[in-house]
Design a protein around this ligand. Structure first.
Ligand SMILES: [Zn+2]
Length: 120
């Protein structure tokens, strides 16, 4: 399994087990991804969302190997105000990425997306 498949698998499990809406390389930018994830996630009763967009996906090479840090966006759909609910989703994503063997760089706030580093 390559890095892209592994990251997509982590996101897929978050969708199945944690009721998150997932986008993997579909939207063009952060703004569109956030908009689409919020719209589609609320429409399907999801608790939150996580994504990387097309520009983020350039961190993968053609073989699906992660060559650069990829940033995973996230958010909660339970509360209109940004805050603790969002951070909980962030920790969920960060913990699962670590469990899958990736090193994570993230300041633990909703203001920063989660950086997933290439494996050594
Ligand atoms: Zn866009």
């Amino acid at each position: 399994m390559n890095d892209r498949q592994r990251i997509n698998e982590v996101l897929g499990l978050l969708m199945l087990q944690n009721n998150l809406l997932i986008q993997a390389g579909e939207a063009c930018c952060t703004s569109c991804a956030t908009h689409e994830c919020t719209r589609d996630g609320l429409a399907s009763g999801c608790e939150g969302y996580a994504y990387y967009h097309m520009q983020d996906a350039e961190a993968f090479d053609e073989q699906g190997t992660l060559r650069d840090v990829i940033h995973i966006g996230f958010g909660s759909l339970l509360n209109k105000e940004v805050g603790d609910d969002d951070v909980l989703i962030g920790h969920l994503v960060a913990d699962r990425m670590r469990a899958a063997g990736f090193e994570v760089e993230w300041n633990g706030t909703y203001r920063e997306r989660i950086g997933v580093r290439p494996r050594q």
